[in-house]
Design a protein around this ligand. Sequence first.
Ligand code: MG
Length: 354
Amino acid sequence: MEQNILNISYHPFELLFRYPFRIAHGERTFTPVVFVEIAHNGLLGYGEAALPPYLAETTKTVGSFLESSKPLLKKLNDNFSLEELELFLINLNEAFPGNKSAKAALEMALLDLWGKKNNLSLKKIFNPHSLPDVFSTFTIGICGPEEMKLKISGANEFSIFKIKLNGISDKKNIELFLNISERMKSNRKVSFCVDVNQGWKDKFLAMDMVHWLSEKGAFLIEQPLPVKMLDESAYLTERSPIPVIADESVQGLEDIEKVKGAFSGINIKLMKTGGLYIAKKMISRARELEMKILIGCMSESSCGVTAAAHLSPLADWADLDGPYLIKNDPFEGVKIKDGKIWLPDEPGMGVKKN
Ligand code: MG
C-alpha cells in the first residue's frame, strides 16, 4: 500500500560558519550540505551529507545518488530489521561505489527511523556496554589574536582544543593560543592537540616541531605531512613523543592496512566512511592493528555530528565540535558539557529540528 512505502525527500542547505574557517587547504565561510528525510507512518528519520569543497561530492551528485537509490529503497521492507538494513547498505555499496557522504546521509536517516520505530536509541545499538563518555576538542582555525580570544571565550563548554597549523608561523600561533587560553582559564594548564592538514613538507622540520609541540603540552598531532609522504610519516611516527593520527591519509576501510606503521591512529568521519556501519568496522580493524581512534566530523550540523557521536564511546578522542562552529544549525542533538560528549537518550539518533 502507498502509505507503507518509505518516502525519501532531501534538500540542500548552507551551514554558515561563525568565523571564516581557515586551514592549510584554504578559507571558506560556509559548507554546502544536503539534509535527507525518510518518512514512514508518521515517523521521520533524518540524515545529513556534508560537502566541503575539497571532497568530490556536491549537492548535485548527492541528489543523483538519492534518485538512483530509490528503486533499491523500494525493495527494502518498510518494517525493516537491522539485518535487512545492513544487507540493503551492502547492495547499495555494490551498485553505487563512492558517494560516501550521500550514503552516510541515507544510512543515518534509515537508522534514525529504525530507532524511532523500535523505541531504541542509537546509543544502545552502537554502544551497548555503556562505555564512558569521551572529551571533544574545539577546533581553532588559523586566525589572529582578536579572533582567537573570541573563539576561546565562546567555547566555554570545551576543555580541550584542536589548533590548526599550516606551516606558517606555527610556533607563534601556538604561543599565542597558550598565552590567551591560560590567561582566560585562570592560568590552568590548557590541553590541546594540533592538525596540520598536510601543511608540512619536510620530515626533519616535522621532527623538530613534534618535539617542540610535545614540550608545550600537545597530546596528539593530526596529518602533519602530505598523503604521498607515507615513508616520511612512518619515520616521524616512530620517533614522535606524541601520537600521530592519519586523517586525509585514511578515506575508507581499505586505507587502514596501508597506513599501519606510518601513523599511531586514524581519524574516522562518517562523510569519509559512508556511514556508521563501515565506521564501526574501521574501528574494529584499527583496534586489531593496535591503532588509536579519533572520531571526527566535517563541518556538519547537529544532525550528522549526533550520528557520529553515538560511536564516540568506542574512540580514544573525539573532535565533534561541528555544531559549535556554525551559526544556523537547523537541528539540536548531542551536547558538550564540561568538555565531554553528552549523547541524547531519545529513540533513533535523538535529534530534533530547531
Ligand atoms: Mg584533520
